[in-house]
Design a protein around this ligand. Structure first.
Ligand SMILES: *Cc1c(COP(=O)(O)O)cnc(C)c1O
Length: 356
């Protein structure tokens, strides 16, 4: 089997998705399975759908097209604001998109009229993490305008926390989202069917809260694929954290000094931290690097320590000489996973279901 590769266990992904779907269903909350970290891999998307997610979400319209082209049938939501330059494709490929700008909704409306389609819109609200979102004080005005556009259907509101500034979803900001939903419905009639509370970072609050208010949807990616919540990267009870593993291959293994010698300047990726002198060590090189993974996001097996990386080399201390050709498995965090999925050099392997 070629390396490097991602070993993807679809049964474990299915189990994770199903467990989360069930835990949230009892609270009246549906799950949108987020496919972006898997580049819209149809087999992963199908595993999520079999587990009962309501629909699929992705931040890139290209990934949604990948899933559509592979006959993945599900409601598709673009979870990043569409680019003006992509509105035709968004209307064609996605049923719903997240929006914050009236100029974009206006162009979606024109494109939807031309395509004789209805396009769903979820308005994103800023609640403190300072990424996308309409300021709460402007929401009513934007809703009023959105309702005027032909071929656009306002489906609901949503928010996204924890991604840019690490702001935690909590009782306060979630209550604010519910209050906004109530106020919009009081003004315009019951028009908001979806109140999407956030991403995997919301699980901790949602699952421990007795009152989740109007929130009836979460968009989950990392928790399904990696079995962890993103706020503290703790394993979620009952979920697999090894559904996806990375395998890399040894191309050199030698006893070498632990410290470099010669005059020291910058390395390929900036300054290298100084290392303590531990005499000679077994240094092993794997054929994978910054181009394919985030080295800081890899967890090595017991007895192996990651020492550094360049574009195409990952250097580990292995305690003993490892024959060339040896395969080493790593656990990945979200950052390493996204990069590995995106690298054309990393094979994505799940029995009989090739990812594109
Ligand atoms: C990426 C993303 C998600 C999914 O986040 P996870 O932490 O992987 O669950 C949800 N919503 C939006 C808007 C996103 O960009």
């Amino acid at each position: 089997m070629s390396a490097p590769r991602l070993d993807i266990d679809l049964d474990k992904i299915h189990h994770n998705a199903r467990t989360l779907v069930e835990r949230l269903a009892v609270r009246g909350i549906s799950v949108t399975g987020v496919a972006k970290a898997s580049l819209g891999c149809p087999a992963i998307a199908s595993a999520m759908l079999r587990a009962g997610v309501l629909g699929l979400g992705d931040s890139r319209i290209e990934n949604i097209k990948t899933m559509r082209d592979a006959q993945v049938t599900a409601p598709m939501t673009l979870i990043r604001s569409p680019m003006l330059s992509q509105v035709e494709s968004v209307v064609k490929q996605a049923d719903i998109s997240f929006n914050t700008e009236l100029d974009i909704i206006s162009q979606l409306s024109s494109a939807a009229q031309k395509a004789k389609r209805i396009h769903g819109v979820i308005l994103m609200v800023e609640l403190g993490d300072l990424r996308e979102g309409i300021m709460p004080g402007s929401l009513e005005r934007v809703v009023r305008e959105t309702l005027r556009f032909p071929n656009i259907r306002l489906k609901g509101i949503g928010t996204n926390l924890a991604c840019r500034c690490g702001v935690s979803p909590d009782a306060n900001n979630m209550a604010e989202l519910s209050a906004l939903a109530n106020s919009i419905d009081a003004t315009f009639g019951p028009i908001l069917s979806i109140v999407s509370g956030g991403n995997s970072a919301n699980l901790e609050w949602v699952l421990s809260s007795t009152d989740t208010g109007r929130i009836n949807n979460l968009r989950l990616g990392e928790s399904i694929l990696l079995g962890r919540e993103p706020m503290h990267r703790q394993a979620i009870d009952g979920l697999h954290t090894d559904a996806i593993t990375l395998i890399a291959e040894v191309i050199e293994s030698k006893l070498k000094p632990s410290q470099p010698w010669g005059e020291i300047g910058q390395s390929a990726f900036g300054v290298t931290p100084s290392v303590s002198n531990r005499g000679n060590i077994f240094q092993t090189i794997l054929a994978i690097g910054h181009q394919d993974i985030d080295p800081d996001g890899l967890q090595a097996p017991a007895g192996i320590e990651i020492l550094g990386a360049s574009s195409d080399h990952l250097i580990i201390e292995s305690g003993r000489c490892l024959p060339v050709g040896t395969e080493i498995s790593f656990q990945l965090n979200y950052s390493a996973l996204v990069r590995a999925m995106t690298s054309p050099f990393v094979i994505k392997d799940q029995a009989n279901h090739p990812c594109p």
